[in-house]
Write a new protein. Structure first.
Length: 229
């Protein structure tokens, strides 16, 4: 077992499993965030539910572990591949010409997403969970008092001096995520052995569709809030 974990295919396997776990998180996170387009009450109710639901509280630390494993193994594999490139032969050179731009730049795209994520957690997660913010003052939604998470999120993108800059950064993060998923989605299924000749094409199409919806969905939110909130 320890041999498998330290082998290249073992590391790719754990990257794929954690990647698919992160894909599920993205679906839930995007669905919750799209409530921002419906207005303050809708988003505050969803945010209150996410902040108090016991299952979500258990999944959150697992999510952090998933991100850590995904990033650590991606870094190790990228370093190993760079070292191995010295002994690259003709067939690998030919293959690299056939692969997509995203597949050749997965680590760079991942680094952009990670940088975005650090800033993003400081913007929202840190304020909601640790420091608090005057914007989060409680509001009454249908008789129940809850934090005004909508004001915190909308406040970032409508800020008079930094709103436009943050909106651009969030759109860039969403686009990088979309490109990362165009390769990552089907590649993860391929690595765990789910894909055969027939499914490879189908998964690649589903992957592109998923990448477009997730990237586009996250990108629409800051643009919408900047213009209409
Ligand atoms: C317009 C885009 C986005 C908005 C408005 C948004 C909003 C938020 C908010 C309000 C929180 C704090 C939730 C809480 O602690 O109660 C949060 C947390 C988080 N976001 Fe996002 N997010 C966006 C995009 C993304 C993207 C693209 C990723 C991943 C690449 C991501 C990953 C996370 C993670 C890991 C957390 C911490 C875990 C959690 O609280 O669920 N977010 N986001």
């Amino acid at each position: 077992m320890s041999g498998f974990v330290s082998s290249s295919i073992g590391k790719k396997f754990f990257m794929s499993i954690t990647g698919l776990f992160l894909v599920m998180f993205l679906l839930v996170h995007l669905t919750a965030n799209l409530a921002l387009l419906l207005g303050p009450d809708a988003f505050n109710v969803v945010s209150h539910f996410m902040g108090t639901n016991p299952i979500i509280q258990i999944v959150q630390p697992l999510l952090a572990i998933g991100f850590a494993v995904h990033i650590i193994y991606a870094s190790i594999l990228t370093l190993q591949n760079q070292k191995a490139r010295g002994s690259e032969n003709y067939s690998t050179v030919t293959n690299s010409h056939q692969s997509s731009w995203a597949s050749k730049n997965m680590y760079i795209l991942g680094t952009v997403i990670f940088s975005f994520l650090v800033l993003h957690l400081i913007n929202f997660f840190w304020k909601i969970k640790v420091t608090g913010s005057p914007l989060l003052n409680e509001v009454n939604v249908d008789g129940e008092m809850m934090e005004n998470a909508y004001a915190l999120v909308a406040g970032l993108f409508t800020d008079a001096s930094l709103g436009l800059a943050y909106s651009i950064i969030y759109v860039i993060g969403a686009i990088a995520l979309g490109f990362h998923l165009t390769h990552g989605f089907w590649s993860a299924f391929q690595t765990i052995g789910f894909s055969n000749d027939a499914w490879r094409k189908r998964l690649s199409v589903i992957g592109y569709l998923f990448a477009f919806l997730v990237g586009g969905g996250f990108a629409i939110i800051p643009i919408f809030l900047m213009l209409f909130a």
